[in-house]
Every structure is written in C-alpha cells, then in structure tokens.
Design a protein around this ligand. Structure first.
Ligand code: SAM
Length: 272
C-alpha cells in the first residue's frame, strides 16, 4: 500500500511506537535504523563543549519484540531491514528479528578510531554490528561486498548526536538494498543521518536519483538540529573525500592490526 504524500521525505518529531502503527501495511521499501542499544549511553568525549545529551528508551529493551513486529508489518514483501547493534545487545536484537525475518549477515562496521570504555581491562572498541535481514527474497544491488565495512566515523568535533552514524556508511547500505525513488524508513532517526544518506544516494554515480525517506525522532532538539543543519561540516568533509577519491583512485589502506600469521610448516609443540 502507498504512503500519503505528506509523509514522503518527512522528518517527524514523534514517538515511533505511536507513529508506526498509523502507517499502512507494506508501505516502505527499506528499514534502516540505529535504535537505542539499551545501555543508558552517555558520550564521554573530552572536548570543550558540554556532553551530548542522553536519549530515550536506552535503559531496557522490553520494547524490541513489539517494535520488530511493526517493522515487519510496514515493510513491503521482498525487502531488507538493517539494524545497528552492539556485541552485548546482539542476542536480544537477533532473537527478535529472526522471529520474523531471515537474518542474512551480521555486518561489522570498522571505524577509523575507537571509543574509550574500560581503558585497561578491555580491548579498545573499534567496531559496531549491523544485523542485515530480509523479508522474502530480494537480491543486493551491484557487486558482492564483504560483510566487513570500513568507514570513517563522524569526527567528534562535528558530531551533533552522541551516536551519530556516518552518512557515507548509510548511503552504501541504501544503495545496495533499494532502487531510486523507493522509500526508506528510520524510526530512531537522531539528527537525520539516514535522510541525508537518501538525498545523497546515487548523486555521485551519475544518474542523480535519490531515495525518499520517512524519519521519526522523539527528541525535538535532535529533530531541530537535523532540520536546521543539513550535513554542515560533515558534508564538506564527505564531498572533499569523494572528489579526492575520484581524482586519485586507490585501494583502501589495510587495517593497522598486528596480524599473527598461521604457519603451515609448524605444528604446535606437545607438552610432556
Ligand atoms: C542511537 S540514536 C540514533 C542516531 C542516528 N543514527 C544519527 O545518526 O543521528 C537513537 C535515537 O532514537 C531516539 N528515540 C528513542 N526512543 C524513540 C522513540 N520511541 N521514537 C522515536 N525516536 C526515539 C533517541 O532520542 C535517539 O536520538
């Protein structure tokens, strides 16, 4: 069923648990979202500006089952669903999503920097997970990609939301899973990064087609920041990176990890 015109490319300040039930069945072509992880997140970044605010529904995850059912209802048949999550909340999201959808991959987003966390007792967190699931059968566009996605994080000085996702990463997922003119829903939109990725999609691949978006965000401050700011500084950075890539195409640098190579000519010593 088609969505009413006034919801096309709308960034609505509202509770997705109230707004999604108002949508007709099977009206969106992709759900791409970054929900609260249920960890009561507070950014710890050390900069002169005040800490970025906490957000709602981040204390427990009792809402996940009912929400995934709504996602399934509003998605058209043969469509995809991407849901960001973290290693410790993955089982909760996986279990719910797998009840309705076929979970196809756990994509790993590798960032160029890492968060802080337990400085001496844990490895520095440099990745996040994205559950990729399907309702029915739909192929991915373009060539076959790895399930490990490398993308720079939004530089902290330009972040307007504590867990803002890079538009470049979202754009890649949108282009893999939708056609120009299709509609992308983000029920937990933050400052609207998914909407910007829809606007951005395919603009630099020649055919100038965008995807449509529908965004819900509970916190008015984030909605206003998103509506007012556009991409701001982040867009300038992305654009200059794109131009540089076009002018000097080169392979992405390898990850800077100390790789331990398996040696085929040796067996493990047997302790006596
Ligand atoms: C992890 S953040 C998303 C950030 C986003 N990806 C971005 O790049 O800006 C989750 C967002 O969901 C919002 N939220 C929490 N409960 C909500 C609800 N019931 N309806 C709509 N938004 C909600 C929070 O305010 C928060 O901004």
């Amino acid at each position: 069923m088609e969505l009413s015109e006034n919801l096309l490319n709308a960034f609505i300040c509202g509770d997705c648990f109230e707004e999604m039930p108002k949508l007709p069945d099977e009206c969106v072509d992709l759900v791409l979202t970054d929900p609260p992880y249920g960890i009561d997140y507070q950014s710890n970044r050390r900069v002169a500006r005040p800490k970025l605010p906490k957000f709602e529904n981040d204390v427990d995850l009792s809402w996940v089952d009912g929400w995934v059912e709504e996602v399934y209802r509003v998605l058209k048949p043969d469509r995809h669903f991407y849901c960001f999550t973290r290693f410790d909340m993955y089982p909760v999201f996986y279990r719910s999503i797998n009840r309705f959808f076929k979970v196809k991959n756990c994509l790993i987003w590798v960032k160029n920097n890492h968060g802080s966390g337990d400085l001496n007792g844990a490895y520095a967190p440099q990745c996040e997970m994205i559950i990729y699931a399907g309702k029915g059968k739909r192929l991915l566009n373009g060539s076959r990609e790895s399930d490990v996605l490398h993308c720079d994080n939004v530089p902290s000085a330009f972040r307007r939301h504590a867990t803002q996702k890079p538009v470049e990463l979202l754009r890649q997922l949108i282009e893999k899973s939708t056609e120009p003119g299709e509609l992308v829903l983000d029920p937990f939109a933050g400052v609207g990064s998914t909407g910007l990725a829809c606007i951005d999609s395919d603009r630099f691949h020649g055919d100038h087609h965008e995807r449509n978006y529908l965004l819900f965000e509970l916190n008015r401050e984030f909605v206003e920041k998103g509506r007012a700011g556009g991409l701001g500084r982040q867009e300038i950075l992305l654009e200059s990176a794109r131009i540089a890539r076009q002018e000097h195409p080169k392979k992405r640098p390898a990850l800077r990890t100390n790789r331990v190579r398996a040696r085929r000519d040796e067996t493990l010593p047997i302790p006596f």
